[in-house]
Design a protein around this ligand. Structure first.
Ligand code: IPE
Ligand code: IPE
Ligand code: MG
Length: 235
């Protein structure tokens, strides 16, 4: 397509791993594994496209409600991919950051997150934000607690409160708001992802299940984005 407009910031709700596995009579964990492979490729595809920031929703604050078997399979994959991502990120000059509340993870996972962040912190290319134990409402709740603490300590006062200040207390404080939000597997909902940040994001929903998402699918989303007329409430 001519005149392709590359979004600076892309967010993805990677959904459909379970259905992908179920359609193949495989355990759901196999769908998550295939999903991790699709994610690895998508990180590289976004780098090649020239995206500045990719934010992916990998585990929500609500996903703990799933069976013990599924949650432990996801934690196992998280342990493995946090290490693998160091290489993928460093090969592609990608800086990895984590958003969400890490306090609920086991100590070794928290160490793994820190290792990934530290090992890639000097990279100057795309930022890859990994949302795990992330919930938009939980993020806003934690930001409000922090704002109240700072107000109590006299660091800020009511007069300082504006949208920029609120943004600066969120997990995404150093990240651009998404220009394009992609959701795979057809669900028409936000499922508690980046509630504050997607105020003016363009949505792209595809029926493709996440493990089948590839460069062609990414290009389709970017082509659709390129045709949008963003008005931000103006004319
Ligand atoms: C997305 O796939 C990954 C996570 C939410 C962890 P799902 O596991 O939600 O897949 P479906 O929606 O059941 O197909
Ligand atoms: C959203 O997918 C969360 C992630 C992709 C991590 P879900 O599968 O959890 O969302 P719902 O339950 O269909 O809304
Ligand atoms: Mg799902």
């Amino acid at each position: 397509m001519e005149n392709l407009v590359i979004p600076k910031s892309i967010a993805i709700i990677l959904d459909g791993n379970g259905r992908w596995a179920e359609r193949r009579n495989l355990p759901r964990a196999m769908g998550h594994k295939a999903g991790c492979e699709a994610l690895e490729k998508t990180v590289e595809d976004c780098v090649r496209l020239g995206v500045d920031c990719l934010t992916v929703y990998a585990f929500s604050t609500e996903n703990w409600k799933r069976s013990v078997v599924e949650v432990s399979a996801l934690m196992k994959l998280l342990r493995f991919y946090m290490v693998k991502l160091i290489d993928v990120a460093n090969k592609n000059n990608v800086k990895a950051v984590m958003i969400g509340d890490e306090s609920r993870f086991d100590p070794d996972i928290r160490k793994g997150i820190q290792k990934l962040v530290d090992a890639t912190s000097k990279n100057t290319g795309m930022t890859f934000a990994f949302a795990i134990n992330y919930g938009g409402r939980d993020e806003i709740k934690r930001a409000i607690e922090h704002i109240v603490d700072d107000a109590g300590a006299g660091v800020i006062s009511k007069e300082n409160i504006n949208e920029e200040l609120i943004s600066s207390y969120l997990d995404t404080k150093n990240l651009p708001d998404p220009d394009l939000l992609i959701r795979t597997s057809g669900e028409l909902r936000v499922s508690n992802f980046l509630l504050w940040q997607i105020a003016y994001s363009e949505f792209y929903i595809t029926d493709t299940l996440w493990p089948d998402f590839d460069k062609e699918e990414l290009l389709k989303a970017v082509e659709s984005y390129s045709k949008r007329q963003r008005r931000f409430g103006g004319r």
